[in-house]
Ligand binder design. Structure first.
Ligand SMILES: [Zn+2]
Length: 472
């Protein structure tokens, strides 16, 4: 080879090496960003779940304190305990968000405006819609007087400094689930022409749908959840009734001996329970696990949503660990990754879920493990662990996902009135435009006529949209 050829060859080799190096840097940067993101999201979820466990313990201790007050015929003590419980159930989980945010910041997660925008809009809704202010109509019933004002300013306080984490399992009272348009899976099924999803979930709609005028109105409010925070709900319920409707007097004594920290040790305590009027007062309020949420997820096979049967609290360690739905915290973190070689930016996102765990023993002589303590909340939570996001029902909510929340809040209303528009390149609006085409739906009906028999539940993922991420 002549000198010139050698030089050209060397230069070409150098270019190849440089390109490879750049690609490697990209991969390295991406992997490192993803790892950091996962650590941040995981830490945030665990911090929130730990607080959920301690809140449930506080609510449980107050149940016992309330029972002791009832036995002593101390009406003011009873009322005070319930008031504290109501505040804890509504405001406590907002504090879990604060702790999750601290954990995320400690892990150097980015403060993202989108997280606070979603919640700031919601604080507005609490101050207007919930409170019945500004001609917004009937206020939502408050768990205690002044609750909505407390609740709005608690959330305000947490978001005011900026959020590096978004709560991804939020159940807004004014955006109930149950409508197909509020189901993310519906949009993913359209995007992926996943007719099997329609076969299992919405075949009637696929067959009978004519146009956007056929949709029923969006549900206006959830039933039965106003006792809880919408963010990281503890899923407890304020049950009104006599303690003697939940337990026999012998069981009440056993309960107070076990959790009363010595307060029930007096020799005449059994007689006190006998004589107490408040123990059998039907106007008392006790905090119970909401049996719809505090139930088994697996029973050999996963239980369908409409199947009942719950088994919490249980005797012994829960295995597998995530076998009770109960309450959980799902945290989303997002970071902007820059690809140096192509100079492009993209958002990476990670959602992690964690749950508090604990054990409780059933009352002596009671063999029905499933109903140990009859859903009565007692202090029994000892740890918080990561769980798979979809095991706690969070996949579908994704309430820290700005595009999704924005679609529900700002696009669905106009869509129901005027039909579909590809609003600002919104992924979900684009699917609605596809859905509105009759040929599209007819193709699905035709496909199912010959292929429905081969459909398997749970097939078809998310059509590769966005950074769907599952925790551990
Ligand atoms: Zn939209």
């Amino acid at each position: 080879m002549r000198g010139g050829q050698v030089a050209v060859f060397l230069i070409m080799t150098l270019v190849v090496i440089l390109l490879l190096a750049l690609l490697n840097v990209d991969t390295f940067v991406a992997v490192r960003a993803k790892n950091r993101l996962q650590n941040g999201g995981d830490a945030a979820a665990i911090a929130a779940a730990r607080r959920q466990g301690s809140l449930l313990n506080e609510i449980g201790r107050l149940n016992i304190r309330h029972a002791l007050a009832a036995v002593r015929n101390d009406a003011a003590g009873c009322e005070e305990a319930v008031m504290l419980q109501r505040r804890l159930a509504l405001l406590g989980p907002v504090d879990a968000l604060r702790l999750a945010n601290e954990a995320a910041l400690k892990n150097k997660m980015e403060v993202r405006d989108e997280f606070s925008i979603i919640l700031r809009e919601h604080v507005m809704a609490i101050r207007t819609v919930y409170s019945g202010g500004g001609g917004a109509g009937e206020p939502y019933p408050e768990p205690y007087p002044g609750a909505w004002a407390d609740y709005a300013s608690a959330i305000d306080g947490v978001i005011s400094g900026g959020l590096a984490v978004g709560p991804d399992n939020v159940e807004f009272y004014d955006a109930a689930a149950g409508h197909l348009l509020l189901n993310r899976q519906f949009y993913y099924a359209i995007a992926g022409s996943n007719w099997c999803w329609f076969h299992f979930n919405a075949e009637n709609v696929l067959r009978s749908y004519g146009s956007y005028r056929d949709w029923g109105p969006l549900p206006s409010r959830r039933e039965n959840s106003l006792d809880n925070s919408e963010i990281f709900s503890l899923h407890v319920t304020a049950y009104k009734g006599a303690l003697t409707e939940l337990f026999s007097k012998a069981e009440i004594l056993e309960l107070l001996r076990r959790y009363g920290e010595g307060a029930a040790d007096g020799f005449d305590f059994a007689k006190k329970i006998e004589d107490s009027l408040l123990v059998s007062d039907k106007e008392q309020v006790w905090f119970l696990y909401d049996p719809y949420h505090w139930r088994r997820w697996f029973n050999g096979t996963a239980l369908a949503d409409d199947e009942d049967g719950y088994e919490f609290p249980v005797v012994g360690e829960v295995k597998p660990e995530y076998n009770v739905r109960g309450c959980a915290a799902i945290c989303r973190c997002v970071s902007r990754a820059v690809m140096t070689s192509t100079d492009t930016e993209s958002d990476l996102s990670w959602s992690a879920a964690a749950k508090p765990f604990g054990t409780v023993e059933s009352i002596e002589g009671q063999t029905d493990v499933a109903n140990a303590l009859r859903n009565f909340v007692v202090p029994c939570f000892t740890s918080a662990r990561l769980v798979p996001v979809d095991s706690v029902g969070g996949e579908n909510l994704a309430t820290a996902d700005f595009g999704w929340v924005h679609h529900i809040r700002h696009h669905l209303g106009p869509y129901l009135e005027h039909g579909p528009r590809g609003a600002e390149a919104c992924f979900y609006c684009i699917q609605l435009m596809v859905w509105e085409r009759e040929e599209f739906r007819r193709a699905g009906i035709k496909w199912l006529e010959t292929n429905a028999g081969g459909c398997v539940r749970g097939t078809g993922g998310h059509g590769g949209h966005g950074g769907t991420s599952h925790g551990h």
